[in-house]
Write a protein that binds this ligand. Structure first.
Ligand SMILES: Cc1cc2nc3c(=O)[nH]c(=O)nc-3n(C[C@H](O)[C@H](O)[C@H](O)COP(=O)(O)O)c2cc1C
Length: 378
């Protein structure tokens, strides 16, 4: 009973946009209590220090509420474009933005963004699952992002199709990177999006019988004003697993891939941009295994290691039907954009167990999803 009331209260605070401020208020209260206890125990200098800290937290809290919740601040400047960045730096420059300026996208930015949406929606998908992106200009109920008013809604068919979910990750990430080049800020929002508010704003562009909303992506101009709690969350999420925990040379996921050795060193920063791709709760659920085949007969000449790289297989580490598949699609996009920038040709394919051959001794997880197959030997 108490738990469910607290949950209801939490949801109410969350979706009215007040929950972001609560943790700092709680921290301030804890410091005040500490100060009161120290005073009571006769330790006045500690009491003084703790009350100063509590007051500082309160000041920050007031500042955040006034500038973010009540938007009392001067208008911020439009950010500059990132045209000078190469593909890899662009993918590294993308970060989830949790606080947006309240101004709308300029007409020029909006039409360039829509061009990117059309371009990447029309590209060949992995498999044939149809997906689409709908643009909404409305203050959707999202968490914990503040002041976002423009969104792309990613929609897959209502009947579950894993490839459609992967394709959403892949196509939307390419749009996100185009937006990053334009200097726009983005944030993928899955669990933090209130589906009923999205459906309401989509109106007749959404059919419950045919469509399933996978996630949304907030797009706009980054704001400097951001609740302290969100700065803290972002600080925590600025971490990634090492490459040795993501790329493997064997199907048991035990032997890290030697990225500095031939032929893997040809892929340069493609590994790094996968490592830094976004995932829900920064769970980093994608893994990759390089598959080589032995070279026999004539073809052995000139190949010291007697094997050649065939493909990279991408796996998900959890059973998650949606967010792990989206994250894997995002990896695919970053991998593809990296290889394209390096001029290495390949394509995505979903291979059967028979085609993959050696996959017999593997447990169910990580689960295979898709391969990137080299078009020519390197
Ligand atoms: C599918 C997906 C869903 C996400 N959902 C949310 C969300 O609901 N709320 C949020 O604030 N961030 C969300 N994120 C952003 C992740 O928290 C973020 O990507 C991750 O922490 C890594 O940080 P970075 O994007 O700044 O590199 C989501 C990301 C992905 C890929």
């Amino acid at each position: 009973m108490i738990v469910s009331s607290l949950n209801r209260l939490k949801r109410r605070l969350q979706f009215t946009g007040w929950l972001q401020y609560l943790p700092i208020a709680i921290v301030a209260i804890i410091f005040f209590i500490g100060a009161a206890l120290s005073w009571f125990l006769g330790n006045r200098s500690v009491a003084h220090l703790l009350s100063v800290i509590a007051v500082l937290f309160l000041i920050v809290l007031m500042f955040d509420i006034l500038t973010v919740k009540f938007r009392l601040h001067p208008q911020e400047r439009l950010p500059k474009r990132n045209n000078e960045l190469d593909r890899f730096d662009l993918m590294r420059a993308r970060r989830s933005c949790r606080s947006f300026q309240t101004r709308k996208l300029t007409h020029a930015d909006h039409s360039e963004l829509m061009k990117s949406v059309r371009l990447h929606s029309e590209e060949a998908t992995i498999g044939n699952a149809p997906i689409r992106f709908e643009y909404i200009a409305a203050p959707l109920t999202v968490w914990p992002v503040v002041c976002a008013t423009e969104f792309l809604v990613a929609i897959a068919p209502s009947e579950y199709n894993r490839l459609a979910v992967i394709n959403i990750g892949r196509s939307l990430q390419k749009i996100v990177i185009d937006a990053t080049r334009m200097g726009l800020a983005t944030c993928w929002i899955g669990p933090g999006a209130d589906q009923s508010s999205i459906v309401r704003h989509l109106g007749d562009r959404f059919s419950p019988a045919k469509d399933h909303i996978i996630c949304v992506c907030a797009i706009g101009y980054k704001s400097w004003y951001k609740p302290l709690f969100l700065r803290f969350i972002q600080g925590l999420q600025r971490r990634r697993l090492p490459l040795s925990a993501l790329f493997f040379a064997d199907l048991q996921f035990k032997e890290p891939l030697n990225l500095k050795a031939m032929p893997f060193n040809r892929f340069g920063r493609s590994f790094e941009v996968c490592q830094w791709s976004p995932s829900s709760f920064n769970a980093q659920t994608t893994r990759c295994v390089a598959i080589l085949e032995p070279i026999t007969g004539q073809r052995q000449e000139g190949h010291k290691d007697k094997s050649q790289l065939l493909r990279f297989d991408f796996y998900a580490t959890t059973e998650s039907r949606y967010y792990a598949a989206v994250a894997l699609g995002i990896w695919c996009a970053n991998w593809e954009m990296g290889c394209e920038a390096l001029g290495i040709l390949g394509h995505f394919a979903v291979l059967s167990e028979k085609e993959r051959g050696k996959d017999k001794i593997r447990p169910t997880l990580p689960r295979y999803d898709v391969s990137w197959v080299l078009d020519e030997g390197i």
